[in-house]
Design a protein around this ligand. Structure first.
Ligand code: HEM
Length: 191
């Protein structure tokens, strides 16, 4: 029971907070997208508090990355490979998300318009967008996490404009999830 509680605490707190840091950093760096996101929030909610009914109308594309390790239970064939029981398999999600063969030459660029017609179109129906993992062990809270992220971002964008502080240093580092190593200094201006 203790382990389950710890798992939920870690999975729920760490992933979401790191996601917010990156969304806010990216929207401060890409003022055009910040304006588009705010315009969408204002169109859907105006000044009223975002509610659960309307929040799904927001089409904000949120992508993130998370560790995905699994141990092989019994000897398993994977293409030409034979994986002995007990071997840990690591999915390099970040590399898959940046693979130019899958996403095109602009794979590393922040381009939310990739997702304007949904994830299947953006991925050309390949399994290459895995922020919440895939298969039977996919994140149990995927819908909740996206709802939470949209709700929080809508509230922030309604009230503040975001500016990247000149002190920001881009130094992503991986400790299970990927963090901005020297923090995410963002200046909030009241609207
Ligand atoms: C942006 C936020 C989140 C991201 C990116 C994320 C991502 C992931 C990923 C990649 C996995 C592993 C899936 C696999 O192994 O195939 C996972 C598992 C899990 N997540 Fe999340 N997650 C998020 C938020 C949350 C929240 C808010 C909760 C709980 C309140 C949560 C609870 C869990 C649990 C319990 C598992 C383990 C499922 C299992 O092993 O069967 N996650 N998550």
């Amino acid at each position: 029971m203790m382990e389950e509680c710890k798992l939920f605490y870690f999975s729920g707190q760490e992933t979401t907070s790191v996601l917010f840091s990156w969304i806010m950093l990216l929207l401060s760096q890409h003022q055009d997208w910040q304006a588009r996101a705010r315009e969408e929030v204002m169109q859907v909610f105006g000044d009223k508090t975002p509610d659960l009914e309307d929040i799904n109308q927001l089409k904000v594309a949120i992508s993130s990355s998370h560790r995905n390790d699994r141990a092989v239970h019994k000897e398993t064939k994977l293409g030409d490979l034979t994986l002995p029981a007990g071997v840990q398999v690591h999915m390099p999600i970040l590399l898959i998300h940046r693979d130019t063969k899958l996403w095109g030459d602009d794979a590393a660029e922040f381009k939310p318009e990739r997702f304007k017609d949904g994830i299947s179109k953006a991925t050309k129906n390949q399994v290459c967008f895995l922020p919440f993992g895939w298969g039977p062990r996919t994140c149990v809270a995927q819908n909740y996490a996206l709802l939470e992220a949209k709700m929080a971002m809508a509230l922030i964008l309604q009230r503040f404009s975001l500016e990247l502080s000149p002190s920001y240093v881009h130094l992503p580092y991986k400790v299970i999830t990927i963090h901005p190593k020297l923090g995410a200094p963002i200046i909030l201006h009241k609207l």
